[in-house]
Design a protein around this ligand. Structure first.
Ligand SMILES: Cc1cc2nc3c(=O)[nH]c(=O)nc-3n(C[C@H](O)[C@H](O)[C@H](O)COP(=O)(O)O)c2cc1C
Length: 163
């Protein structure tokens, strides 16, 4: 039977949600049954074989909503195949290096076992609804590496098909 997969994102300005959507599309194209939801939309994780959780990074922290999702569904998540990703670096070189998971994300995961973690480059649009000072102090641009996102999703789809 096709794997049932939940791709869930904690995104503030939308760019992490777009990464989640791309991951979901790739895994669905490989034959799985996929839902892509924001952490706020999830009402249950029952019925999913695998969960892929991604959060945007702000000041080296995952979104608090990612923490709430993990706290709420911890027991169920412990029984599923779990993958996690972070999105953030606004720097082409850093975005290409797959930075290790942050201490804060590990704290929120609280020992939950996950199959793999990736850090993808982020995006800050010139018209982002943020304090104008933020736009002066952070690099504006789209540093998401879609090839890296695609390859990671293909690897997950392969792992799911192998059981
Ligand atoms: C105020 C601010 C702080 C940020 N801090 C970090 C950070 O600590 N590490 C990082 O990798 N990216 C950081 N970023 C970049 C964001 O993670 C990036 O813009 C990401 O794509 C946002 O995701 P979202 O659109 O889903 O909210 C920061 C961006 C802003 C505006």
């Amino acid at each position: 039977m096709a794997a049932r997969v939940l791709v869930v994102h904690a995104s503030k300005l939308g760019s992490t949600a777009e990464i989640a959507k791309t991951i979901g599309d790739v895994i669905a194209a490989a034959g799985a049954s996929v839902d892509v939801l924001s952490v706020r939309e999830v009402r249950s994780v029952d019925g999913y074989d695998a969960v892929i959780l991604g959060s945007a990074l702000y000041a080296a922290h995952w979104q608090s909503t990612a923490g709430k999702f993990l706290a709420r569904y911890r027991a169920a998540l412990a029984t599923k195949a779990l993958w996690v990703f972070s999105s953030g670096p606004l720097d082409a070189r850093l975005a290409a290096t797959n930075l290790p998971i942050t201490a804060h994300a590990l704290e929120l995961l609280g020992g939950l076992q996950y199959r793999d973690h990736r850090t993808f480059g982020g995006k800050l649009a010139a018209d982002a609804p943020v304090d104008p000072q933020v736009l002066k102090t952070h690099p504006v641009g789209d540093f998401r590496n879609w090839a890296a996102v695609h390859d990671w999703a293909v690897a997950i789809a392969k792992a799911l098909s192998e059981g």
